[in-house]
Design a protein around this ligand. Structure first.
Ligand code: TYD
Ligand code: MG
Length: 456
């Protein structure tokens, strides 16, 4: 009899999008990038490690009528972090796989270690990036007295599962998926086939034991989670941690959530002792000033379900060089150009020869169209050098013909503005408003000229 030899199989993967090819080619058919296809050694496993170490035989599942399926609400584990719970949709679902992505240094490890240290359950924090000593040092800054958090520095999944089998944790955190390595695949850690295999093993473990697993994922320079897109398809929830590294605010949002909405937002502030949950973001995003300055306007925006008052600052000055500069931080610069063109054409402001700088304070990025009106107001205010009253705020979109367009959930924005002590809010005339708040005046406008006549 001939001895059984494991056949070494190689496959070609596009390192950008994860598409698989039988042979090498210069360009990926799927994502059209050049020189991204690389050979990876793949050895097909007989059985994954989690299956062998957990020999209980489960019967195959049978089809059920939809009304026979038990629809009791998923019990969720409280993460003892209000913002994290909110983004997940009310806590973490047992047996779910959550992926947390974000730029290096933004605070992914800090956030998950902080949550792990606060949990009263038995938590296993697996790190392939830092030593136990490094993690201990970080833990001491955050919360030094914790009884139930275990730290494991290991990258081989087979060894991790061995430790899991003896420890039986209630929740597992892996920092990061790109450092994991499975014996069944020959290629190096972080390659497409390794990421796929390690994630599959972890999914199996999570589903069979109903243990939630949270993975940290690196992101590439263009902002996608490194590795195949398939990673995002495999997991239940994809969270993104973002913010400007030079600012203290960090925003957590869900890009995909099988157990909740993707509209929710968590806000944190990076401090010397870890991340502080910001429960009332409007108060911290608006800077305290003694005098009113020109070029500042406040917008009543909505991030997910949460109203958020955001300060917009504009600086309009005569261009010193030939071509005027336009620059926007935290706001789409194409949209800024569009709003400037509208002001020029519809309201007759000569901004063509001016430099325009726009900044959203707090280092956050806004894509709510309701911020348009505040952007326009701040530009007008800076151009005319007339400060806006600091108790005015704005919430409307501006259309190409200079019309002021309605925005969604305007009543919620008005009530938030009233709660924070604003005296006047500018909204579109076309918004249907049925509330009559006592503390705030609602100014309805329909054209950009209306705003100009109010302010200048
Ligand atoms: P880290 O969690 O290591 O980022 P990631 O895992 O996303 O790469 O966080 C990195 C930064 O956070 C680091 O530059 C230092 C800062 N930091 C604080 O400001 N305060 C703290 O308490 C901690 C632990 C980190
Ligand atoms: Mg890290």
């Amino acid at each position: 009899m001939s001895s059984i030899k494991t056949k070494v199989k190689t496959t070609f993967f596009c390192q950008n999008c994860g598409t698989q090819y039988a042979k090498w080619q210069g360009q990926c058919n799927a994502c059209k990038t050049w020189n991204t296809i690389a050979e990876e050694l793949v050895k097909k496993p007989e059985k994954s490690d989690w299956e062998t170490s957990n020999s209980s035989k489960k019967s195959a599942s049978k089809p059920l009528k939809i009304k026979e399926i038990n629809s009791t609400k998923e019990a969720r584990l409280d993460t003892y972090n209000v913002e994290f719970n909110r983004v997940l949709g009310g806590g973490i679902v047992p047996g779910s796989l959550t992926l947390l992505g974000g730029e290096p240094g933004i605070g992914k490890s800090t956030l998950l270690l902080q949550i792990a240290l606060k949990l009263p359950y038995k938590t296993l924090y697996v790190s392939g990036e830092e030593s136990q000593k490094q993690i201990k040092m970080r833990a001491e800054r955050i919360n030094p007295n914790n009884e139930s958090c275990y730290i494991l520095t290991e990258t081989k999944t087979q060894n991790i599962f061995k430790q899991i089998a003896s420890l039986q944790p209630d929740i597992v955190v892996v920092d990061s998926i790109q450092t994991l390595h499975s014996d069944y695949i020959e290629s190096s850690s972080g390659s497409i086939s390794q990421i796929k295999e390690c994630t599959t093993e972890l999914i199996k473990y999570a589903k069979e034991t109903a243990t939630p697993v949270i993975l940290i994922g690196h992101i590439t320079k263009d902002g996608n989670i490194a590795g195949p897109k398939i990673l995002e398809h495999m997991v239940d929830t994809v969270l993104q941690f973002e913010g400007d590294r030079n600012h203290v605010f960090r925003i957590l949002r869900a890009n995909k959530n099988r157990f909740g909405s993707t509209n929710e937002l968590g806000i944190y502030e990076m401090q010397g002792s870890g991340l502080r949950e910001v429960s009332n973001p409007s108060e911290v995003l608006i800077s305290e000033k003694d005098e009113e300055l020109s070029g500042n306007a406040i917008s009543a925006t909505l991030e997910g379900m949460r109203p958020l008052m955001i300060e917009v600052q504009a600086l309009v000055s005569t261009a010193v060089y030939g071509t005027p500069q336009r620059s926007a931080t935290g706001f789409n610069s194409k949209r800024l150009n569009m709003l400037l063109a509208i002001l020029e054409k519809r309201a007759g402001f000569r901004l063509g020869a001016k430099d325009v700088f726009l900044n959203i304070t707090g280092g956050i990025t806004v894509d709510d169209p309701a911020i348009d009106l505040a952007v326009v107001a701040s530009i007008l205010s800076s151009n005319e050098d007339v400060p806006l009253p600091s108790n005015y705020c704005f919430a409307a979109e501006v259309g190409l013909s200079g019309e002021i367009r309605p925005v969604q959930r305007v009543e919620q924005r008005i009530l938030e503005a009233e709660k924070l002590g604003f005296s006047t809010i500018f909204v579109s005339k076309y918004n249907k408003i049925s509330i009559k708040p006592k503390g705030i005046k609602i100014k309805l406008i329909s054209k950009i000229e209306d705003l100009v006549s109010f302010l200048v």
